[in-house]
Design a protein. Sequence first.
Length: 175
Amino acid sequence: MAKAIFCLCDDEPRAEQIVDQLRTRGFSNNDISVLFPDNSGTRDFAHEQNTKAPEGAAAGAGTGGVLGWLVGIGSLAIPGAGRFMAAGPIMAALAGAGVGAAVGGISGALVGLGIPEYEAKQYEGKIKGGNILISVHAEDGDDRDQVEQIYKNAGAHDISYTGEAGVPKKERRAV
């Protein structure tokens, strides 16, 4: 069964290290999501010139950084939660029609992604406090074990799993 593996990390260099290692292990930008508070208004993460960020999300500014390859990196405001930068599949979930107002900010969107409500609320508090959320789609146990080891080696914390429907690797288009 496919799983989404979530973790939190404390800073951007650690997040970049994790994303770089995931890419090296063959995870595509369709597999990886990143969410973090936009405390500065702009970030030093690049974005693909051909990215198709969801409507209403401004594409991220700046250059450099490993996270620049992620699809749809952009900024969004979540009512009651503030401004955030997001990339990957989580961007679409958060930028969806009124997600923030309708289901309770970040925790509501995370519950919609399959995270239990209690954990989602914990994640929301830690993300608001400056932590960076990373999520990876893992098709099988081997992928899940690789992701968990990457997270642990990089010093990530609050690692958890949730079941998800997914498209097998052989049927996914690499981007």
